[in-house]
Design a protein around this ligand. Sequence first.
Ligand SMILES: Cc1ncc(COP(=O)(O)O)c(C=O)c1O
Length: 367
Amino acid sequence: MPDRQLYRPTRAEISLAALKRNLERVAAFAGPARVLFVVKADAYGHGVVPLALYCQEERLCHSFGVACLEEGLELRAAGVKLPLLVLGSLYPFNSFMEAIKNDLTVTISSIDAARQVLEAARLAGKKASCHIKVETGMNRIGARRPSAVKIFQELSGQAEVSVEGVYTHLSSADTDPEYTAQQLAYFRETLTELGRTGARDLVRHAANSYAAVHLPDSRWDMVRTGIAAYGNMDGFEPILSLKTRVVFIKNVREGASVSYNRSFRASSPMKIATVPIGYGDGYLRALSGKAEMLVGGRRCRVLGNVTMDMVMLDVTAVERVSVGDEVVAIGRQGAENVTAEELAGLAGTIPYEITTLLTRRVPRAHV
Ligand SMILES: Cc1ncc(COP(=O)(O)O)c(C=O)c1O
């Protein structure tokens, strides 16, 4: 929670206890493989520093995965001591220097990057640790088998660099078992080839959350989990609730129009509640007229367009609604539950985006 006084009632509550249960569950599936917790993009919008410090304190993971140098530096500055793997491709050259100085493990996906990390380590006067990324079918970053072997050969004899791991990323673990099997087979053969080249004791990893839970063959020595830890995957508990309060109530007549462009028209008299959350908070405009929020334990439809700072809800069926009543945009209230998956389905996106796009205006309260 930021240490400023909060007046506006809109906020995201993040349950650390639920995060703990989720990470323990992933570990129970993955064990003895270690768990790397993917906390890139501000922990998928959940607020990275409190989460990472909590996991470190409670020993809930072996390491963290970040996307870029800046995310790693933020965690180091906040006191995170656990290993940090930068999953992205570092550029420009001086990023390697900064990564090495701050004990960030870098991903090497090309011969060129291998040479750069070596040179950076020499200049920094400090040993660089790296993982080689193997391209098996995502076609984002990674080296095909011959290049991966060359990278290993280039780096393995060098005192300034320690090749600690080798990994790949599955493009369709939850949707395409056949393609996933091909990716895993290519990775397995690459590991064998690296073994022939002299690679020993590398940390081998391929699994994202879905694979960690459902595909034992993908686990090797470590799994990289994001979405399961945040609870937006079947069998896990969502850790984020998005809450606000009613700030205004009105009754409208039949025929009244609501929101921009008269995007909703009342076909009968209605009671409408206005709540202070909008696309300026990351509550997507694509949810206009489709999503529901919870008020008084009931589902209430968003009427018309989501505006930048407010939405209007149909609270006609809610008895005794008052200004100040709690509104849940994501999470539970009474027997009802709105999930990030549900909103993602309505907005034509994925739950990752629903939480990651919550903006800086929404304070994250870690409870
Ligand atoms: C390289 C890499 N590994 C692991 C993950 C974690 O995936 P998930 O959140 O599906 O567990 C991601 C997320 O996008 C990723 O980019």
